[in-house]
Design a protein around this ligand. Structure first.
Ligand code: SAM
Length: 328
């Protein structure tokens, strides 16, 4: 039985051509591509790549000045953070959420746009595997090239389940896939609401749509567009904050620095044809009109879901804070 694409590169001794992550005694990391006869130099000595080629993953190696390095094969989470980038990547903390919460499964047929640098594509390819299919769309040809090169380097070959189409999703998706044939869709782009019609056509009943957006204004706009389409379930949105911990002796505490914000995730599911959404908590507030379209009148407390206290209640509070009569 042949192993899944790239699996043989994730185990066994280090081989020429692959990337290895070196960590020095101060925790500084360097990524090198192993090449026979080459050396890795720092201001304190050098080490020969040949000493690492053939060594097991997780080895330590000393350079000519006696500095010891830990050598490890990068995990996918390490790789996506250090690979060449065109567009900003989806960070591992969000990619892992997407794989779980959009319910990626081996054999799934998935649509993704845009591809950007290909970081999310790699997680999706690992999840759907050889028996699945990932149709990725990217309107910038140069970004698509970067993404394909990154994935090729990571998997050691072009992944057989992956097709990358250069073009705008709105035009390219209907040409590429059959209506109702797609299990999952992930959109990471500026204006996902512009793609909802073609996504709704492509998705199978019950299929999951997940959008990753960077700002609250995008989140609001795509949520209301999902509701207005009348083709999807009530959307759910969230963000994740991951705070690493510092572990040293008695100093066991959260790290001082963290990525405070990456993006928001919002999911919904395609209803069966002809079905209208059963659960509609309330009509969208006018407050979702943003930018130049928004007027002063749109920004009412009701529109942003604020509870307005009754005049009676406010009078009671005013009395309670201004009442200077002596205590009985
Ligand atoms: C932030 S990047 C995606 C990053 C990618 N998810 C990753 O993890 O590396 C957003 C990309 O979407 C592309 N894009 C925006 N709108 C698009 C559309 N309608 N169709 C196809 N690609 C689009 C942009 O060119 C850009 O490369």
């Amino acid at each position: 039985m042949t192993s899944p694409t790239g699996a043989e590169l994730r185990r066994g001794p280090f081989t020429a051509g692959e990337r290895v992550q070196l960590t020095d005694p101060k925790g500084r990391m360097h990524t090198i591509a192993l090449a026979p006869g080459k050396q890795f130099h720092t201001h304190r000595g050098y080490l020969a790549h040949d000493d690492l080629i053939g060594a097991p993953d997780g080895s330590t190696i000393k350079n000519t000045a006696g500095v010891e390095y830990l050598a490890l094969r990068p995990l996918l989470a390490d790789y996506v953070m250090s690979m060449p980038r065109g567009a900003a990547v989806i960070y591992p903390k969000d990619a892992s959420q997407i794989v779980m919460m959009a319910d990626m499964f081996p054999g799934a047929v998935v649509v993704e746009a845009g591809v950007g640098s290909g970081a999310l594509s790699m997680s999706l390819l690992r999840a759907v595997g050889e028996t699945g299919r990932l149709h990725s769309f990217e309107r910038r040809e140069d970004f698509a090239e970067i993404a394909k090169a990154n994935a090729r380097e990571y998997f050691g070959a072009d992944h057989p389940a992956w097709t990358v189409t250069v073009g705008d999703l709105v035009e390219a998706l209907p040409r590429t896939v059959e209506n109702g044939s797609i299990d999952r869709v992930v959109l990471d782009m500026l204006a996902p609401w512009e793609c909802l019609d073609v996504v709704a056509d492509a998705l199978a009943p019950g299929g999951v749509l997940l959008c990753y957006v960077a700002t609250a204004t995008q989140l609001s706009k795509v949520a209301e567009a999902m509701r207005d389409a009348d083709l999807f379930t009530e959307p759910q949105a969230w963000e994740t904050l991951v705070r690493g911990w510092h572990l040293e002796g008695l100093a066991v505490r959260p790290q001082h620095r963290m990525h405070g914000h990456t993006g928001f995730l919002i999911t919904t599911r395609r209803l069966a044809p002809g079905v209208t959404p059963p659960l509609r908590k309330r009509r969208p507030g006018k407050g979702y009109v943003t930018g130049e379209e928004a007027t002063e009148q749109d920004w009412t407390p009701e529109a942003i879901g604020e509870r307005v206290p009754s005049d009676k209640r406010v009078r009671r509070v005013v009395r309670s804070v201004t009442d200077t009569s002596p205590l009985a």
